[in-house]
Ligand binder design. Structure first.
Ligand code: GLC
Length: 478
């Protein structure tokens, strides 16, 4: 490039054939193109892109220790609750507008029946807390574009479009603060089926001409100001949970990033788009077999088969399954974001309440084996899962026994560290261990203490020394 600038254009055109000119131009274009790509890659409008490991660890600390949170999918879709024109609409409840191809004006009529007079945010937060959840994430706006808050940039919100007429996020934020539960907002930044220009499904094919419009304009006029509203008006917000990246290129993502500066230290997930990875991955409805090494992650999951309320979905997961999922996730170093879908009256369905209370009873006794733990050091355990806490000189292993050994002997395979103390977590009863050539054998009582998962607390001298023993692990999980 330097050489090029040293010759005048006259000399240049005089000396070179057309072919040479073309090839040089190609080189110039390639070099400058490459430079642009490199610049774009190194530039990031995500405020935490360049933080140090220490800064990142500090920002992630509460979330990594929390392990368990509540997801709340709530909106106008809880009115049809899975039914349209007397027909059951297949799929997840909050997608009814898309799956039933309901025209915008028709769908908007449901808002007239969205009157959650039984909404008790304090009770919701207490329920989350009772279950042992440390944070909750609620759909401030889902794909139908309806805002649960008083938005100044649209009338398609709880205050202007419903008989209820009051902001739903404000009292929830107050209750969270009162009970010490962290609050996160889910925001559908790309999909919006009621504001023109919003993305309509994965392929973006509108089913109503009222949806047609310019996505850039939608992002500028609706999404960006609304993200500012939810991050400016409700006190401390711990998480912004983007969903979904469809149609969001780097440019649009860069328009959406700046508002997150309104909340110092906020965490964001990986669903913004524009190749931004955010703070954590979000496996949906599944638990990755070996976690996500090197990455923070959170499995979000329905408690029945739908996120948004559906009157006829009774496919409730059992308490045992939910507890085992939580343990499984913790043993792989992740968080569990478990969903509830309240009704249009503002009630969390009773089967969800029952299960969350039962999980809470288990967590009251065994929470120590979940909170602030890290992933299992064992690659395979035939009888269950393990979580751990590492301190300077000692390591605590929590053995979550799913299948109680009939012969009263529990093998901890490959454990070479010196055993200091073994006890039943629930009642402190001390247990004895014997040497074993492939690890440590613990003599356990005849019967488990817990109907779901019994935890044995095994304290060993640090540093932890485990020799991996290859054995089949029975998959337990979703
Ligand atoms: C999917 C769905 C959405 C749901 C979300 C939860 O992205 O589109 O309805 O809110 O998953 O993870």
């Amino acid at each position: 490039m330097e050489e090029l600038s040293m010759v005048t254009s006259k000399q240049f055109f005089g000396r070179h054939s057309l072919c040479a000119i073309v090839s040089m131009l190609i080189v110039v274009l390639c070099v400058s193109g490459l430079a642009t790509v490199q610049a774009a890659e190194s530039e990031s409008s995500w405020p935490y892109a360049n933080e140090t490991k220490q800064q990142r660890d500090a920002r992630m600390k509460w979330w990594r220790e929390a392990r368990f949170g509540m997801f709340i999918h709530w909106g106008v879709y809880s009115v049809p609750a899975g039914m349209y024109k007397d027909k059951r609409i297949g799929g997840i409840g909050e997608w009814i507008m898309k799956h039933g191809e309901i025209p915008v004006a028709e769908y908007k009529k449901f808002a007239k029946q969205f009157n959650p007079v039984r909404y008790d945010p304090d009770a919701w937060v207490r329920l989350a807390k009772t279950a042992g959840m440390k944070y909750l994430v609620i759909t401030a706006k889902h794909h139908d574009g309806f805002a649960l808050f008083d938005s100044k940039v649209t009338d398609w919100d709880i205050v202007d479009a419903t008989p209820y007429g009051k902001d739903l996020l404000e009292p929830l934020a107050l209750a969270c603060r009162k009970h010490g539960v962290k609050l996160g907002f889910y925001y559908s930044q790309a999909q919006d089926w009621c504001h023109p220009g919003g993305r309509t499904g994965s392929k973006g094919k509108p089913w109503d001409k009222a949806q047609k419009g310019d996505m850039d304009e939608y992002v500028r006029k609706i999404a960006v100001p609304q993200v500012k509203e939810i991050l400016a008006n409700y006190g401390d917000i711990a998480i912004l949970w983007w969903d979904t990246p469809w149609g969001i290129d780097r440019e649009k993502a860069d328009m959406l990033q700046p508002p997150i500066r309104l909340q110092d230290g906020i965490l964001t997930n990986n669903r913004l788009g524009g190749d931004y990875e955010g703070d954590f991955g979000t496996p949906e409805q599944k638990i990755p077999a070996t976690g996500m090494p090197g990455r923070d992650w959170e499995t979000c999951m329905t408690i029945n088969g739908t996120w948004g309320y559906k009157s006829y979905d009774h496919n409730w997961k059992s308490t045992e399954k939910l507890i085992k999922n939580l343990v499984d996730i913790a043993s792989k170093g992740g968080n569990y974001l478990l969903n509830v879908g309240p009704t249009s009256l503002g009630e969390i369905p009773q089967p969800s309440i029952e299960r969350l209370k039962e999980i809470g009873l288990w967590m009251k006794v065994n929470g120590e084996a979940i909170y602030a733990t890290t992933a299992s050091p064992f690659s395979k355990l035939t009888w269950g899962r393990c979580t751990k806490k590492v301190r300077d000189k000692a390591v605590t292993l929590y053995l979550h026994v799913f299948d109680w050994p009939e012969d009263g002997k529990l093998l901890v395979p490959g454990l070479q560290s010196q055993v200091l103390r073994i006890s039943m977590l629930a009642n402190g009863q001390l247990l004895q261990a014997g040497e074993h050539k492939t690890g440590v054998i613990i003599n356990v009582p005849d019967k488990p203490l817990d109907q779901y998962v019994t935890v044995i607390k095994l304290e060993v001298k640090g540093p932890l020394n485990v020799k991996q023993v290859k054995k089949e692990q029975k998959e337990v999980g979703v």
